[in-house]
Design a protein around this ligand. Sequence first.
Ligand SMILES: [Zn+2]
Length: 851
Amino acid sequence: MNKQLTLMILICMLLSACNKNTKTLPVETGVAKTLADYRKVNISDLQYQLQFDIPEEKTTEISGKNKMIFELKSVNQDLQIDFREDASLIKSVKTNGNNSAYRFELEHVIIPKEELKVGTNEIELEFIAGNTSLNRNDEFLYTLFVPDRARTAFPCFDQPNLKGKFQLNMSVPSHWKAMGNGKLVQTKENGNRTTYEFAKTKPLPTYLFSFVAGKFETITREHNGRKHTMYHRETDPEKLANNTDEIFRMLFESLDWLEEYTDVPYPFAKYDIVVIPSFQYGGMEHTGATLYNASRMFLDKNATQNRLLARANLIAHETAHMWFGDLVTMKWFDQVWLKEIFANFLADKITNPSFKDMNHDLKFQMAHFPSSYSVDRTTGPNPINQVLPNLKDAGTMYGAIIYHKSPIVMNMLENIIGKESLKKGLQTYMKNYAYDNASWEDLIAILDASTPFDLKHWSKVWFNKAGRPHLTTNISSRNGKITELKMVQKDAKGNPGDWTQDLHLIFGYKNESKRIKVNMNVPEVFVENAKGMDVPEYIIPNAKGDAYGFFKLDKQSKQYLLENLDGIKDDLVRGIALINLYENLREGFLSGNEFVTAIEKQIAKEENSLILERMLSYLKSVYWIDQTPDERKKIGKQLEDTLWIRLSNENDMSKKSSLYSALSSIAETPERLSQLFKVWKEEIAIGGFSLSETKATALACNLAIKMPEKADELIKTQTERIQNPDRKKKMHFVAPALSADAEVRNEFFESLKKEENRQIERWTLEALRYLNHPLRETEALTYLPDALELLKEIQITGDIFFPYNWLSVSYSGHQSKKAGDITRKFLEERPDYPENLKLKILQASDVVLKK
Ligand SMILES: [Zn+2]
């Protein structure tokens, strides 16, 4: 290369580097990654001083003020502040004390660079808060800003890696209470209004900033010198008495466990909980004031073991977030799984001691594998690690893969490096990145130092690859002895699989079983140890409960397990065998009829409550999804009888509860329905089983669909019976979806096209489930095209789980090829449909697409 050319290249490089520095950032809707990266480099020491004036009437505007104080490194760009609302809601803007000549463009308040200076800047904004994420109800409101909704309520830098210290003042009607992330400093009463002043928080990302206001009752308990308050709206004193102690006990146990495990004392000023009726999620980890769903917290007296466990896990999960997510936060929402992986993985560890009689490996299996498989078996699975160029699409990152596949993979990681190394590694990670942000790669770099294993490669396959390995066991034998055993892994398309994991094969014989460990690190592995062994009755390749994939059953194993599931005495192995059978059904290697017949025989014999509950839940879905109405007629009566007999003889309340739920779901014969109707009327009881208000309501709704001639009476009487005003309102909302009159139902569906009618997502989903009940399948087909059409809008207006849940209930009653055709047509006509949403559709419609 000659000198002149080298010089020219150098000049070009310099010029392009200069261009890069001065290039004006485009203004785009949402929060583009490029904008977020630019702000992260240039903005630091951020503080928000926020003031909101909350009126009592939910339709009256909320006015707000926000003073943003921060250090700026350079002023070569106009400053974009995020506000996803109408420009008219911005009332005034001042930059460093002077009126700003700001402009409003594509969801941003843009401050001219001339008004800014290197060093400390102050921007004061007066605005009307957008209502999108304020969840305004008649007597209360609560914010829910995850993942990028803070910008709908107030102008801010809405990105997880620009943490700010929040100082909040709120003025509310004096008979209301107000809660925030920070400690309450003081209240000032002025006429019929009270101002709450909260202390400045530690650095928080916008998605964790939160406030709640309204009519709430409180219960306070003390632990290790700190006061914790539970805010709630429950009116049933028995429900409160039955649950309060256990809620606080789990909360305190979680806090203690996490302080020990992370070696970091609780990192924020206070920790309260707020229990919200019909809350969208199970919980949301707002720092210092975590929100919970009332129906997940205040359980019925006869709650199943699984419900109790789910509550304990939920509390442990949200508490774990105080460290994993709140103290150390992911840099961007493409790694939102990074906080969920730890919250779920550690929640299991935290709750184990509270459920001493439970088989924890089985619990782990039941809690995570079926849900994760429900996505990975479809034609639209997503990897754990996803791509996210703009935060406005962050809501589509969520789903079973990040909540359930990630803890499974984390469990593998712990097995690879060891429990102590992982704990030590996480302690280092916590200390290095406290009140800051970190990525998965930052953690892997810490952990990689503690093991000779190639964690980086392993992490790539399990985190970046979608779907699951399909594993088959190929046996050759002569005279009853194995001559060759080959394990083969492929991906869903039949290409060789490159996942690496240990398999623990179990060989089952009449009176014993043998185990062999196989290191599955290539597409094909010959199991040398198996040579010469007797051919077993069955082989289960994932018998230890840590292996992940689709395990195709060989013919003999399949037949044996269908007939003798109860012959496997080890609960974990039997539970895994059940899951494998179900997955073989879903992958088309077993018929619905074979499955139901086999399960019906097991119902009478299954003693493990986790397996029984899983079995019954599979039974319900196979009954409705895989059986035609004629097939249902043939098996229905006998199935009802089997469930009824087991239910009547069962003493354990938790198992009784699962059996009751299965029976009321599948009941279709006139005799059984009239019996259940009498149960609802409280004329007869199911052997010592009292119907709680929740159960009676669910039964009334269920019967209203199956006994249309009694629908009016059921709905009217049940609505009158409900005492709690929040639950009464919900019943009023869902009633039209239960109506016997198709006109009323169609009109109700039409009403859901308006955003304001979908505001309480839980209610909407429940009503939509009724509209799409399998018994109304033909009619529900007419809803499907509109439900799909609405999806894009729902992703923008709804919260993070709403798009998938909306689809999931819309497909819940369908089993026809027609539903599959509607789906295919919808996608074919829209070749440019957003990829993440397309995957959600493929996930939710998997059953009908395979018809
Ligand atoms: Zn979480």
